[in-house]
Design a protein. Structure first.
Length: 100
């Protein structure tokens, strides 16, 4: 194994270790939110925010989506387009029935 390949491998391993440590810290933060007895609505909001960060870390690093930025942007744009269409279709079909 050459030195460049070894350095690249070490870089990836360090990244995975960092993400693992971050996930463990975020898990402890989630438990901490439960232990400090916040109001229910605030505890749920904080726990969901932490879960979103954890999910993003898993998706970006362990599923290698961080390097697929162009594809992700296209998928997100397509999702928004479908969402808008799904909102508009009932609007136009109900308007047709009401106008008749």
């Amino acid at each position: 194994m050459d030195a460049a390949h070894s350095a690249e491998f070490d870089k990836h391993v360090r990244g995975y270790i960092f993400v693992f440590v971050a996930l463990m810290a975020l898990t402890l933060m989630t438990v901490g939110v439960w232990r400090i007895h916040l109001p229910v609505h605030l505890a749920i909001a904080v726990a969901l925010a932490i879960a979103a960060v954890k999910g993003s870390l898993v998706a970006c690093y362990f599923m290698h989506l961080i390097s697929e930025k162009k594809l992700i942007l296209w998928v997100m744009a397509l999702t928004v387009l479908f969402f808008i269409v799904l909102l508009l279709v009932p609007t136009f079909t109900v308007a047709d029935r009401i106008g008749t």
